[in-house]
Design a protein around this ligand. Structure first.
Ligand SMILES: [Ca+2]
Ligand SMILES: [Ca+2]
Ligand SMILES: [Ca+2]
Length: 486
């Protein structure tokens, strides 16, 4: 380390101490931050500092300790990465991420069928590892010959963006990543993993099947799939299903705020229990937007799955007729105790809902024109005169909408993925009137940001600072009440 680097390091450390003191907690992982730069780095002569980076991601990973962060600079990396050191909890997780603002593409060129992943986790101690901001591109990989009898289960041997095996402890987080040109985007078997704001698209089918190769395939429990977009996938956008052989079913997973379109089924559930599917938008899929199926395997039943506040629009392609083409399908007597509430089901080819399940509970779903703001341009928010506004029933497990707006706004829950706010965010204390109380909330926290804000409701636009924008929001709504607004 030369003198100026050392000086910068000391100054940086002082700033970090100051920020930690301000916020009351560490702002980032507590370990060491290392750097990889595929253009300027060097594995042999580098030391992993920003000015003297390593060249390859795997070399960087191999130098990391648990809780360290690896920052990857812009470039295309022809690598398959694996063998990660574990973190101890989310605050001290191992982080592998793109340098902010840089496009970092991992584009493996593997032909070995045992190595067909961009990111592969199978270590039995793997947990608390975060991947952030990466592009995974499988277009240079070669798929297994699906007809080769040497492969016992060729489905396990196709190119997969991220594969997380059952041996992994869990607590793996993948966020803000783009995953494309694989035969499966994400295949994940352990519990407590999080898949946040992923863009998974152009997933191919190596054998022509439309029901095998998925955007994300979840087989464990207590996983979260949140936000993001799953589209142009040969199989399903999101699939939850247990294993035929182990009889272990995915339970208590949450799929929320996801947009799934131009796939086979938008969201597909079979052999899975107690999963919560809400605030999703599913449109233009070949078959149904959301499906709960029981008739793939005798005796393997999906039970108590909950389908709440989704918007399913224009699903069903006339060129495909093997399965149903509904907004929502609950298919087969083995699909038991499914709850379907507060969903918009509009303009789907075979109709809104097909229910042949057992004890399905249907409530407050809407089948006619819901009054979208602009469906032609895929804006499925509700127009102020929408019949879906305040027409839903309260559901405690749906606390907000796809945009993060707290439910309910106005008088009651709305139907569909979007909650309409008649007071445009100005009613900070949610007493249905914009008045001195709301104004006072802004003034009390005026100028504060982050954890210094005493009442986060004062930050009307939720950008982390209470300032003129929030004040203006209240002033624009000043004097209005819900009854006047309607
Ligand atoms: Ca409402
Ligand atoms: Ca108020
Ligand atoms: Ca603000």
């Amino acid at each position: 380390m030369n003198c100026s680097t050392k000086t910068r390091f000391v100054v940086g450390a002082i700033i970090i101490d100051f920020l930690i003191m301000l916020s009351g907690e560490a702002l980032w992982a507590q370990g060491v931050t290392h750097y990889v730069d595929g253009v300027n780095g060097d594995n042999e002569y580098g030391d992993g500092t920003e000015v003297n980076s390593w060249e390859t991601i795997q070399y960087g990973i191999d130098q990391m300790s648990g809780g360290d962060t690896l920052v990857i600079k812009a470039g295309t990396y022809a690598e398959r990465i694996t063998d990660f050191p574990a973190g101890t909890d989310w605050q001290n997780a191992t982080v592998i991420r793109a340098n902010p603002g840089d496009i970092v593409t991992i584009k493996p060129n593997e032909a070995d069928p045992a190595r067909l992943q961009a990111i592969f986790l199978n270590g039995k101690n793997d947990e608390y590892i975060i991947f952030e901001g990466l592009v995974l591109d499988g277009s240079d990989m070669v798929d297994t010959d699906m007809n080769d009898p040497n492969y016992v289960n060729p489905r396990e041997l196709v190119r997969t963006g991220i594969r997380i095996d059952a041996t992994v402890k869990g607590h793996i987080r993948i966020q803000d990543c783009e995953i494309e040109q694989f035969a499966t985007g994400v295949l994940s078997t352990p519990d407590y993993c999080e898949f946040i704001n992923l863009n998974v698209h152009d997933i191919v089918s190596p054998d022509g099947s439309l029901v095998t190769w998925h955007g994300i395939y979840i087989r464990g429990d207590y996983n979260l799939v949140e936000g993001g977009e799953f589209h142009d996938i040969k199989g399903h956008g999101v699939k939850l299903a247990g294993s035929n052989s182990t009889q272990i079913y995915p339970e208590n997973n949450i799929v929320r705020n996801v947009t799934s379109h131009d796939n086979t089924f938008g969201i597909f559930i079979t052999r899975a229990l107690d999963n919560l599917i809400y605030n999703n938008v599913c449109y233009d899929n070949k078959y149904s937007g959301i499906a709960v199926f029981s008739d793939w395997q005798e005796g393997q039943h999906p039970q108590r799955n909950k389908i709440f506040n989704n918007t399913c629009y224009r699903n069903g392609n006339p060129n495909y007729d093997v399965y149903g083409r509904y907004a929502i399908e609950v298919r087969g007597l083995g699909a038991e105790d499914t709850e379907v509430k507060n969903n918009i089901c509009y303009l789907n080819l075979d109709g809104p809902i097909n229910d042949t399940g057992t004890n399905t509970f249907l409530s407050n779903n809407y089948y006619d024109d819901p009054g979208f703001v602009d469906a032609d341009n895929l804006n499925f928010r509700l127009h102020p005169d929408s019949p879906c506004i305040d027409a839903g029933i309260p559901i405690a497990s749906v606390p907000d909408d796809i945009d993060g707006i707290r439910r309910p706004k106005g008088l009651e829950y709305d139907i569909g993925a979007f909650e309409f706010d008649p007071l445009n965010g100005a009613d900070l204390n949610e007493d249905l009137v914009v008045d001195i109380v709301d104004l006072n909330m802004v003034l009390i926290d005026w100028g504060r940001s982050g954890l210094a804000i005493t009442d986060t409701r004062a930050d009307a636009n939720n950008d982390g600072t209470v300032d003129i924008v929030d004040l203006n929001t209240v002033l624009i709504g000043w004097g209005k009440s819900v009854h006047q607004a309607q």
